[in-house]
Design a protein around this ligand. Structure first.
Ligand code: ADP
Ligand code: MG
Length: 333
């Protein structure tokens, strides 16, 4: 049984960046305003997320790494969301099947912090009092120590670290009201202030030149029950962008969040690419948010794919394309 659980967990958390996404989402769900990520060897040796969120009660420790144990399903309607994310109460359980997990957590109303270790979905010994500030710190060591085949599928530590960095940047851009920090004593380290200043985050990431040209996007469709918002940097000629890319003087950033969750969703990228492509333009920065009625989408149960099925895909895409065409038309005539 353990082997089956382990293999399943290795599919769900295929790389360090998948684990980071789950841990950061938990921190955000816990209301954290400061989230710090530490890693060693691309997250394979050590992966740690600490937050200043509401913490875990001592009595709940034993449950957090149990499969399908979640504190987030309280109402019947929540079951609908469960279908949408297809992954409730599985993240920490999965992590404990493929790594050695330690949790230190303190609730504001508790006298001290508590800590415990977890292995294969179980707490290995009772919780012990520990030093710690309000919030939670989850540490996973020796990721995939028990899954050599999975471990062999990893690229270099540097590549894995880059994917973790990229995952965290997406959150930082999406939530300028939260301070994110990445610490690994390397070039990719960063820290955002968390003061809600979106432009500052972009400036930090892509430089002032790009940040100064950011335009807001906003489209509300009452008919298709969605709201499309976001930011895009003023597009520049593709040729110029390509030269900049070659010189490595600039990076590109593109992200999509659907109902507050980061997804790799090319479907939403297509209408933007199409409009820009037709004018030989390129945008270095584009962050999109789609807020849509939960009953009209379905997120693939395989969490690492993060693919999304839309009921009225064609119509949604067409509305976004037409809107974007108008925005670009207003800028470039
Ligand atoms: P889910 O997020 O779907 O509930 P997880 O396996 O990701 O499932 O987490 C299990 C439970 O552990 C959560 O429901 C929550 O109660 C608790 N938890 C996990 N991470 C944190 C955190 N950073 N702060 C507070 N509670 C947490
Ligand atoms: Mg979770």
């Amino acid at each position: 049984q353990d082997v089956v659980n382990r293999m399943a967990a290795g599919e769900v958390l295929a790389r360090p960046c998948n684990a980071i996404k789950e841990l950061v989402e938990n921190s955000l769900d816990a209301g954290a305003t400061e989230i710090m990520v530490n890693m060693q060897n691309g997250g394979l040796k050590l992966l740690q997320v600490s937050d200043n969120g509401k913490g875990i009660e001592r009595e709940d420790f034993a449950l957090v790494c149990e499969r399908f144990a979640t504190s987030k399903l309280q109402k019947f309607e929540d079951l609908m969301h469960m279908k949408t994310y297809g992954f409730r109460g599985e993240a920490l359980a999965s992590l404990s099947h493929v790594a050695k997990v330690n949790i230190v957590s303190k609730r504001a109303d508790a006298k001290c912090a508590y800590q415990a270790n977890f292995l294969d979905g179980k707490m290995t010994a009772d919780t012990k009092p520990a030093a710690g500030k309000n919030g939670t710190c989850i540490t996973a060591t020796d990721l995939f120590y028990n899954l050599p085949t999975r471990r062999n599928k990893m690229t270099t530590h540097g590549e894995e670290a880059k994917m973790v960095n990229d995952t965290l940047l997406r959150f930082a851009i999406h939530r300028p009201d939260v301070s994110f920090a990445l610490r690994q004593n390397q070039a990719g380290d960063f820290r955002t202030k968390g003061d809600g200043n979106f432009r500052d985050v972009v400036c930090n990431l892509l430089g002032r030149d790009v940040a100064d040209t950011i335009l807001p996007l906003s489209l509300n469709s009452t008919r298709l029950k969605f709201t499309f918002t976001g930011h895009i940097s003023k597009p520049i000629a593709s040729a110029t962008a390509a030269i900049a890319q070659n010189r490595k003087t600039s990076r590109s950033f593109f992200s999509v969040f659907i109902n507050g969750r980061s997804v790799r969703c090319d479907i939403l990228k297509h209408p933007i690419d199409e409009v820009l492509g037709a004018r030989q333009l390129h945008a270095q920065f584009c962050a999109l948010h789609l807020q849509i009625d939960e009953t009209r989408i379905d997120v693939n149960v395989h969490p690492t794919k993060n693919s999304v099925i839309f009921l009225e895909k064609e119509e949604i895409i067409e509305e976004i394309r037409a809107y974007f065409e108008k925005v670009i038309g207003e800028i470039f005539g």
